[in-house]
Design a protein around this ligand. Sequence first.
Ligand code: PXG
Length: 478
Amino acid sequence: MSYRTEDIAYVQPAEPAASTPTAQQRSTAEYRALDAAHHIHPFSDMGALNRSGSRVIVKAHGVYLWDSEGSKIIDGMAGLWCVNVGYGRKELADAAYRQMQELPYYNTFFKTTHPPVIELSALLAELAPEPFNHFFYCNSGSEGNDTVLRIVHRYWATLGKHSKKVVISRKNGYHGSTIAGGTLGGMEYMHEQMPSKVENIVHIDQPYFFGEAKSDQTPEEFALARAQQLETKILEIGAQNVAAFIGEPFQGAGGVIFPASTYWPEIERICRKYDILLVADEVIGGFGRTGEWFAHQHFGFEPDLITMAKGLTSGYVPMGAVGLNDRVAKAIVENGEFNHGLTYSGHPVAAAVAVANLKLLRDEKIVQRVKTDTGPYFQKKLRDTFAHHPIVVEIAGAGLVAGLQLAEEPASRKRFANGGDVGGVCRDFCFNGNLIMRASGDRMLLSPPLVITRQEIDELVSKAKKAIDATAQQLGIS
Ligand code: PXG
């Protein structure tokens, strides 16, 4: 499709005046003391955090956050990979306000439904690829993947294939933090704290070229070999026992790992050959991140199920969903009761916000802009800026997501002995430079709101460079 920037109606909403009141009612010190006394943060060493004190974020607009000290911070992570339309969109607040007055809650159990969940389902069917016409709702990505397991098992049961129980996922994949999500994920440090896991889940290796390829392998050969591990694993377990394979089209929390083009077609071929359901966890990749509505479209494969959350509501309210293709939906719809549901499945306020959010992504051509304008600009800017950097060896990504691999000697591809510490050092420099950039071991990750402008991309990349320069300098490398 031809496309010109001037066709786009998108206008960045005006920034609030400095005097705009916030909900801030206490001093930073008071907030920190109360937080330390009563709040346990996710994935945190609370002893260490309470000694140093948390940063208190009090307001946000567009791609910027403000903390309780008045610092303005550019958010290179869209919150936690979720604020796709950027902060401060009144359309979403209005949708929630209207819905809360009209019908703040009703359930979708017991033969009832309501307009917001009907509108959302119809809109998702319009936006998702053609075979996706049915959606089941939950409150998060983790619950989405729990739901995926329930659907997968129900699907095979309806076909009388009761032995198909094993789900294969990948080491260093992330699928959430419920017991099922944590088991599906391949994060060792999470498994260590989970003495009881969900049964019948096994892992194969990840397609992480820089970290795990042999020196004589090309990215394509390596990705193909990693995909073929799926076939080996299926043959080991017996295809009659394997229910599904689940993967993030690109690994997000695991380091923005983009597999070479040979990976997904091979995974798809193997799933089809052995009659195994293919699940794309699109919690991060969905809703425009790569410039396509879904990341599996970027990689060119067709899953049977899609897990969604985050960008579905741009994080304004919690919501997750699972998309079922026609084959899977038919089995679920035509075979009696499916015994799964949550009090807030299809919550009307969340659904109303999701509809408003998806309409912004579509009607302001935000996803299209990522594909043809800001995405390519961001990727080029990063590659130009870090082309000969003393500690950046590789840049992965497409659209508005990127992973920067740090290394001690880019020329010889030698990694830092203490990779995780290096990421932590860099993240601290970002923090002090009023930039949010996430570290994952020795990779630095960026995933800004999809409404970021070219000028804001310049600022983001220049702040990232400053932080990575400072890291190199601290390590005595220049
Ligand atoms: N799947 C994927 C691919 C995710 O990235 C989940 C499922 C779980 O979603 P919920 O909504 O249950 O958190 C995620 C979540 C990080 C980070 O530090 C990433 C996630 C969550 C929290 C932190 O990168 N991803």
